[in-house]
Design a protein around this ligand. Structure first.
Ligand SMILES: NC(=O)c1ccc[n+]([C@@H]2O[C@H](COP(=O)([O-])OP(=O)(O)OC[C@H]3O[C@@H](n4cnc5c(N)ncnc54)[C@H](O)[C@@H]3O)[C@@H](O)[C@H]2O)c1
Length: 240
C-alpha cells in the first residue's frame, strides 16, 4: 500500500513494486492516481486506486478495509503522501498552515502506521512499513518550521514503532531523502533550485527512482535485522 502514489516518489515506488511482483494499492487525494494505475496495468501489474486523504481517520480505515477486501491482506505499507511549502517567516506562520502541514505530513503517517500495524497484527503475518521522513527532519533549514517539525516527528515515530513491534515481526523503518526532483519542488524558483543542487556534493538532485529503490530495499527480507532505522539517501547533503 502506497500513500501519495499518484506522482513523484510514490509513483516511482508503485512502478518498482509492481515490477517486482507486488500487488499495489495507491492511496491519494489526487485523481492523477487513475493515470498511474493505467500505467501499472499496462506493464502487467495488479493495482487499484482508493481515493484517500491521509489526514482523515475514516479515509485510512476505509483504505485498509478496501485493500483487505480486494487483495486479502496487507504486507507492506509505504506512507509517502506529503506536502511542502515555499518557506515562511515565523511571525507569518498561521495556525491553519501549521495544522495543515502537521495533519498531512505527520498525523497522516501516524494514522497509516496505526491501521496498517493493527491489520498486520490481526493477520499474524508480520509485515514492513517504510515511512518517508526527510533530511529536513534532522537538519535546520531557514523558514521551514512546520515541514521540518513534521518530518522530525516521522523520524522518531518510526524509531518508537520499530522498537515496539520488532518482536512481532513488524519492521518499521524510514528513509530520509535529500532533495529529489519531483512535483513537490515546483514551489522552488530557478535560483532556489540551483542553490539546492549546489548543496548536494553529488552535484544534482535525487531521482524519484533512486528513492523508490531504497524503499524496496528496506521493505525486502534482505534487511530483516533492520527494524527502526532512519536511512539517509541524500547525495551527501548532510555529511558536509
Ligand atoms: N522531493 C523531495 O525533495 C523530497 C525530499 C524528502 C522527502 N520528500 C517527501 O517525499 C514524499 C513524496 O513527495 P514527492 O517529492 O514525491 O512529491 P509529490 O508532490 O510528487 O508527491 C506527493 C503526493 O502526495 C499526495 N498527497 C498530498 N496530500 C495528500 C493527502 N492529504 N492525502 C493523500 N495524498 C496526498 C499528492 O497528491 C502527491 O501524489 C513527501 O512526503 C515529501 O515530503 C520529498
Amino acid at each position: 500500500m502506497i500513500t501519495g502514489g499518484a506522482t513523484g516518489i510514490g509513483k516511482a515506488t508503485a512502478q518498482l513494486f509492481v515490477q517486482n511482483g507486488a500487488k499495489v494499492v495507491i492511496a491519494d487525494v489526487s485523481n492523477q492516481a487513475e493515470n498511474t494505475i493505467k500505467e501499472l496495468l499496462n506493464i502487467g501489474g495488479e493495482a487499484i486506486f482508493v481515493k484517500t486523504d491521509v489526514s482523515k481517520e475514516t479515509d485510512i480505515k476505509n483504505l485498509i478495509e478496501e485493500t483487505v477486501d480486494h487483495f486479502g491482506k496487507l504486507d507492506n505499507m509505504v506512507p509517502i503522501a506529503g506536502i511542502g511549502h515555499p518557506g515562511t517567516l515565523i511571525h507569518e506562520v498561521t495556525l491553519d498552515h501549521w495544522q495543515q502541514m502537521l495533519d498531512i505530513n505527520l498525523t497522516g503517517v501516524f494514522l497509516s502506521n496505526k491501521y496498517a500495524i493493527t491489520q498486520m497484527q490481526n493477520q499474524g503475518t508480520g509485515g514492513t512499513i517504510v515511512n518517508v521522513s526527510s533530511i529536513m527532519g534532522d537538519v535546520g533549514k531557514t523558514n521551514q518550521f512546520s515541514y521540518n517539525a513534521a518530518k522530525a516527528g516521522v523520524a522518531n515515530l518510526t524509531r518508537s514503532l520499530g522498537v515496539t513491534y520488532a518482536n512481532q515481526g513488524i519492521r518499521v523503518n524510514a528513509i530520509c531523502p535529500g532533495f529529489v526532483d519531483t512535483p513537490i519542488l515546483s514551489i522552488a524558483d530557478e535560483e532556489k533550485r540551483s542553490l539546492l543542487i549546489s548543496a548536494h556534493p553529488i552535484g544534482r538532485l535525487g531521482r524519484a527512482e533512486e528513492i523508490a529503490r531504497t524503499i524496496l530495499f528496506l521493505a525486502s527480507e534482505d534487511l530483516s535485522f533492520m527494524v527502526e532505522a532512519n536511512l539517509i539517501v541524500d547525495g551527501g547533503y548532510t555529511a558536509q
